[in-house]
Design a protein around this ligand. Structure first.
Ligand code: G1P
Length: 302
């Protein structure tokens, strides 16, 4: 089985939910404390053994490419000032992986965005990460999918159960739990997927297992996406392509162990910032004390 070396990150979206913040900067550059959201996802990839990141970008997304490039002037400045730690942190960003970008000239959907990476990926399996989903877990998110991919030899989608009534916001998977890696099938996190629906209408979801923006896919998905007609929202949906992949080649899902933040949602973004701030050794204690004060004040004001 070919090793998964590459990850595709569609980052061409306009980020309209975060206007005005995203009027001039890509939403993927919005910081979680002081690290852009896209860097957290790149770090998840690198921690999972991925060597090359392929960004699917669009006009106005140059800041993402600059972020993962060397910054000779900034490095020289930090060097002159003797700021060794900052310099090392800055250099580490561009050395983490190989960074490639391809363009999605027009917004024709997530399936189309993945298809744009076809030549850059070539004939090998690859991971896909959606920028709005931030994941904190051990093993790292992509690594959890790779384990299933290596054992089962088919594409894998990352899943988490969502509350009743939220199924229409996600791609939803139905299937049976299978024994994978020594779990009794009853409690196994691995599913053999039999059904996939993109954003099912109320009452039609096959389960509450939602795709949370992590995929490991075989290269066969490209030919499938090429013949996938526009679906929901008149866009080429990745989930529709995956339904065909599932029928023709098989597909697994893994209920991911860890915490997921919907950083594409304003409240979810704020919670992601708070979570990461609380975990930091430099500012965690101050943030905790301040947040507790603010909560007490807002309770008292009610
Ligand atoms: C996309 C996918 C959907 C998935 C979701 C996860 O939807 O189409 O299947 O469940 O990401 O965040 P979007 O949120 O981009 O509308």
């Amino acid at each position: 089985m070919k090793k998964v070396r590459k990850a595709v990150m569609p980052v061409a979206g306009m980020g309209t939910r975060f206007l005005p913040a995203t009027k001039a900067i890509p939403k993927e550059m919005l910081p979680i404390v002081d690290v852009p959201t896209v860097q957290l996802n790149v770090e998840e990839c690198v921690a999972s053994g991925i060597e090359e990141i392929i960004f699917v970008t669009a006009r106005g997304k140059g800041a993402i490419e600059d972020h993962f490039d060397r910054a000779a002037d900034l490095e020289a400045l930090l060097e002159r000032k003797g700021r060794k730690e900052d310099l090392a942190a800055l250099r580490r960003i561009s050395a983490m992986a190989r960074f490639v970008s391809v363009r999605q000239g027009e917004p024709r959907g997530l399936g189309h965005a993945v298809l744009c990476a076809r030549d850059a990926v070539g004939d090998e399996p690859f991971a896909v990460l959606l920028g709005d989903d931030l994941f904190v877990g051990q093993p790292p998110g992509v690594a959890q999918l790779l384990g299933v991919y290596e054992r089962q030899g088919v594409g894998v989608v990352g899943l988490q159960e969502v509350p009743v009534g939220q199924e229409h916001l996600y791609g939803i998977a139905g299937g049976e739990r299978i024994d994978d890696g020594g779990f009794p099938s009853r409690s196994s996190p691995t599913l053999r997927v039999s059904k996939l629906i993109e954003k099912p209408a109320h009452g039609t979801a096959p389960s509450r297992m939602a795709i949370i923006g992590r995929y490991v896919l075989p290269p066969e998905i490209f030919a499938i996406l090429e013949r996938t007609p526009p679906g929901r929202g008149d866009e080429i949906q990745l989930t529709d392509g995956l339904a065909t992949l599932c029928a023709e080649h098989g597909l697994c899902g893994i209920e991911m162990a860890g915490r997921r933040f919907d950083a594409g949602d304003r409240a979810g973004y704020v919670l992601a910032v708070l979570y990461h701030a609380l975990k930091r050794t430099d500012i965690g204690a101050d943030v905790r004390a301040g947040a507790e004060r603010l909560l007490a004040e807002s309770r008292a004001a009610k």
